[in-house]
Design a protein around this ligand. Structure first.
Ligand code: B12
Length: 150
């Protein structure tokens, strides 16, 4: 069954390249992607997840204001009865050279299931989604990984 994921850049952030690449990779991996684009509000993510009965919400932030932009996000998610929806955040989540482990802990405490840095390859996000949403990779990929390991 196709799984729907909501993708977008939160707040006033206008960096579009990362989510465009993620959208293409997720589509190619068989996900149904609703791309909200840049400068999306918390409520737009929540409404889209409700309207499309999404399995996951992927929030992107590059410009360093993710913490402010995500304050109260998981309260909205809970108010909309979406606690079962998997939430990820990724990108350049802090201003400057902050230790990523600290950043990761901070966003996990805010309620995100997984936190990714700006070095993240889209394949990593796809593998994480497959694990968290209990999806087997398509047969073609299983075949090719078998061929490589022989
Ligand atoms: C291009 C660019 C711009 C362009 C954006 C054009 C556009 N419409 O996209 C312009 C010139 C407009 C711009 C503006 C600004 N920018 Co700029 N920009 C960049 C730059 C050079 C490249 C970004 C990019 O496209 N990368 C390529 C894509 C493929 O990578 P990516 O975005 O990182 O996405 C990947 C991963 O991060 C990850 N990922 C991203 N989101 C998510 C989400 C999830 C869930 C997952 C799993 C993974 C994931 O997967 C993606 C694909 O691999 C970066 C520096 C850099 N080298 O990264 C700075 C950078 C992001 N910008 C920065 C800043 C500060 C700004 C401005 C605030 C500058 C200013 N003072 O005006 C403004 C903000 C404007 C706004 N409202 O957003 C800073 C952010 C600093 C920080 N976070 O600490 C950076 C890091 C530059 C720097 N070193 O200072 N910028």
């Amino acid at each position: 069954m196709t799984k729907t994921v909501i993708l977008g850049v939160i707040g006033s952030d206008a960096h579009v390249v990362g989510i465009t690449i993620l959208e293409q990779a997720l589509n190619a991996a068989g996900f149904d992607v609703i791309n909200l684009g840049v400068q999306s509000s918390q409520q737009e993510f929540v409404d889209a997840a409700t309207d499309h009965d999404a399995e996951a919400v992927l929030v992107s932030s590059l410009y360093g204001h993710a913490e402010q932009d995500c304050q109260g996000f998981h309260e909205r998610v809970a108010d909309a009865d979406l606690e079962d929806v998997t939430t990820y955040i990724g990108g350049n989540l802090s201003v400057g050279q902050t230790d990523f482990e600290e950043t990761k802990e901070k966003f996990q405490k805010m309620g995100f299931d997984r936190v990714f840095n700006s070095e993240t390859d889209p394949e990593e996000a796809i593998e994480a989604l497959r694990a968290d949403l209990d999806i087997r990779p398509p047969e073609s990929e299983r075949e090719s990984s078998r061929t490589v390991s022989v």
